[in-house]
Design a binder for this molecule. Sequence first.
Ligand code: FCB
Length: 474
Amino acid sequence: MPEPMTQTFPPTFLWGAATSAYQIEGAVGEDGRTPSIWDTFSHTPGRTAGGETGDVAVDHYHRYRDDVALMAELGLTAYRFSVSWSRVQPTGRGPVVQRGLDFYRRLVDELLEHGIKPALTLYHWDLPQELEDAGGWPERDTAFRFAEYARLVGEALGDRVEQWITLNEPWCSAFLGYGSGVHAPGRTDPAASLRAAHHLNLGHGLAVSALRAAMPAHNRIAVSLNSSVVRPLSQDPADLAAVRRIDDLANGIFHGPMLHGAYPETLVEATHSVTDWSHVLDTDVHTINAPLDALGLNYYTPALVSAASGEVKGPRPDGHGASEHSPWPCSDDILFHQTPGERTEMGWTIDPTGLYDLITRYTREVPGLPLYITENGAAYDDKPDPDGRVHDPERIAYLHGHLSEVRRAIADGADVRGYYLWSLMDNFEWAYGYGKRFGAVYVDYASLERTPKSSAHWYGEAARTGVLPPVPAV
Ligand code: FCB
């Protein structure tokens, strides 16, 4: 029997939910917004399930007041959202569009009035199309454009938003966007994906400095990494070497320069057939290593890898779409396996211990750096009952399992300050369109009506009491 205390969280723990601009806002042509790479990609035939787009999404741009009221009613204390770059700086350079910026100012004020702490992500994958036309993330200039955009948003909202996140999951931007091509802009060029990773890193470092200069000193700056938990199929040295390579390509390529001031040497060696890394200039890594106030971790499922003989193309361990092009450069000799166990609707194996392992890894690697779980959640095929209610006991079990591991990590000394459930409400799940429901709140896509699922009530109770309620029988 677990001790009741182990389900009690620190009183200052943040209980949040997360979303991103393109997945929820809609209003893609309003108030001066121009297309991002996701508008272009989703409107390109064959790129998303059923040709679905974020044109309307869940119309949060017009319904944000109701959405904030709903969060407050449930008892959430924090909300992580992202700013659409092309809404505030349509061409990706030059002056801001005031109307676009005003939307985020109104949203933040609404949150603050309801006692909900905003956490603002500057980049959740939606590069202004003009910047992609100029070369996108494989081009060095994009990093400087990102820093300028960061400064503009920092100047405008730094007086009311304390929690800042530069990039969301740069791995996906670089390797799904430019490697496997399942995400916008849909390019399949391993060298470009490695250049993109570096320029995302550089953009992050430049943005941290730009934000520091533009905002009050007490604001806190972080990055959200989808750091993979990579496990070996066996203890065979070849499998352990496979883990090392994938860990470098999934994690070290970002946290190396960001947190430790260097790219892993093993990464540089492993990828030399694709790039000579001459796009990394002398002072870049120092710029990228700008001190952070916190680290955001997004976790869904672990990866299980082994060495393979012959040609094997590995899909991303936790999904987001299959492609004949691997997102992992120089890794055709590595096999990805399905981790045993129950899976969610995405086909992602449920393994809460992975979250514990991730938290404790970063606690060891960067002692003293506060951690936030900036995404964690599950997709299920939720449907309303005849009485209109939506029961999702599997999602409650998922959340309970993962939050229990967060609590265990805290008990073991980890400094985890908050948790943002992915996602507040059902939304546009990238290449999967609207087919995968991650929300704690159900959205009827015909009427756009919102209905909190039973998991929303369960999570709200956890937020209000600081204690995980029991899990109802499935
Ligand atoms: C993460 C993304 C988020 C959502 C979840 C399911 O990788 O950051 O937008 O797609 O996966």
